[in-house]
Design a protein around this ligand. Structure first.
Ligand SMILES: [Zn+2]
Length: 80
């Protein structure tokens, strides 16, 4: 059985898709695509460390900051 693999744009590592978070770029900015079904150009990150790696990447303006906030919010929920 084959699990789809995607490449993280932060560290360029290929991982199984369920281990990555998908982010989709919209007209008004980035959104986290939990269901991986949103239309649009999606990119994948493995974690907050890779979000930091794309902050200076001009191909994905705003993605790093958005993803770091996303992961920080997840951490907050987990510690509730
Ligand atoms: Zn990564």
């Amino acid at each position: 059985m084959a699990t789809p693999a995607r490449t993280c744009v932060g560290c360029r590592t290929r991982r199984e898709q369920p281990r990555l978070q998908r982010f989709v770029r919209r007209d008004d900015g980035w959104s986290a695509d939990g269901a991986r079904r949103s239309a649009g150009r999606g990119v994948y990150l493995c974690g907050v460390q890779c979000a930091g790696a794309v902050i200076k990447n001009k191909r994905f303006p705003g993605l790093g900051a958005f993803a770091i906030t996303h992961y920080e919010l997840q951490d907050t929920h987990m510690s509730d």
